[in-house]
Design a binder for this molecule. Structure first.
Ligand SMILES: C[S@@+](CC[C@H](N)C(=O)[O-])C[C@H]1O[C@@H](n2cnc3c(N)ncnc32)[C@H](O)[C@@H]1O
Ligand SMILES: Nc1nc2[nH]cc(C(=O)O)c2c(=O)[nH]1
Ligand code: SF4
Ligand SMILES: [Mg+2]
Length: 212
């Protein structure tokens, strides 16, 4: 598997924001979101077997890992599943862009999906694989990264059309530098939406250009 970087940080996104987390950032992505803050992960990387990755993350005093990228699900299925199995007892969140099939993987209790639904402003709305919604459980999360009020209204309509409220965790995140969080807060409260507004905590802690 091709890995760009491995690091310990404070989880900045999802429902586990704030918790110490080990990150494995895989190389390569099949999409090109306009706002992407991780373009350096599109290329390069070092090869790891699942066993070598387990050994590497085991040097830290935590058993909580975030698999991200780039797009983690582009790695060979057998090896990615092998890593999940080797880390069976660990708390794992898998950040995925939602364009690739989730049902190819078997998750253990404590493992969860954090799946983006790409909004029109990302430039990748055609990539959404809607069948993935069937796989998601109440412990999983769906994230909308929003660039504008048009994206917000689009996301609100997707939630309604697929009856997502109460079925899965819902995250609304302003694309950093694109959308004022205060506007997003006002729209959510105005419309009575029961979603989690999430800011990228690591950028508030370590600065907007952080790689942690
Ligand atoms: C870098 S991506 C890697 C995982 C996967 N490729 C995906 O898009 O979900 C991790 C998360 O960061 C979000 N993200 C990327 N750039 C962002 C930005 N400028 N502001 C807010 N979130 C951003 C993505 O939408 C995604 O939820
Ligand atoms: N601290 C920190 N938390 C994160 N949560 C998701 C990240 C990602 O890039 O997927 C990320 C990241 O890059 N840094
Ligand atoms: S899918 Fe994720 S890594 Fe790929 S371009 Fe979009 S935000 Fe960046
Ligand atoms: Mg990031």
């Amino acid at each position: 598997m091709l890995v760009k970087e491995i690091f310990l940080s404070i989880q900045g996104e999802s429902a586990s924001a704030g918790l110490p987390t080990i990150f494995i950032r895989f190389s390569g992505c099949n999409l090109r979101c306009r706002y992407c803050d991780t373009t350096y992960a599109y290329e390069g990387g070092e090869n790891f077997t699942p066993e070598k990755l387990k050994a590497r993350v085991s040097i830290y005093p935590y058993k909580r890992v975030c698999l991200t990228g780039g797009e983690p699900l582009l790695q060979p299925r057998e090896e990615f599943q092998g890593l999940l199995d080797l880390l069976g007892e660990w708390e794992i969140s898998i950040e995925t862009n939602g364009s690739l099939p989730l049902e190819r993987f078997t998750l253990k209790p404590g493992h969860r999906w954090v799946m983006d639904i790409k909004c029109p402003g990302s430039g990748e709305v055609e990539a959404n694989r809607w069948e993935n919604l069937k796989v998601l459980r109440p412990c999983d999360e769906v994230k909308f990264v929003l660039t504008s009020e048009e994206d917000y209204m689009w996301a609100r309509e997707i939630i309604r059309r697929h009856s997502l409220e109460g079925r899965v965790g819902l995250l609304f995140s302003p694309a950093h530098g694109w959308l004022d969080p205060q506007n997003l807060a006002e729209w959510i409260l105005r419309d009575g939406l029961d979603v989690r507004l999430q800011l990228q905590l690591h950028k508030l802690i370590f600065g907007p250009d952080t790689r942690r």
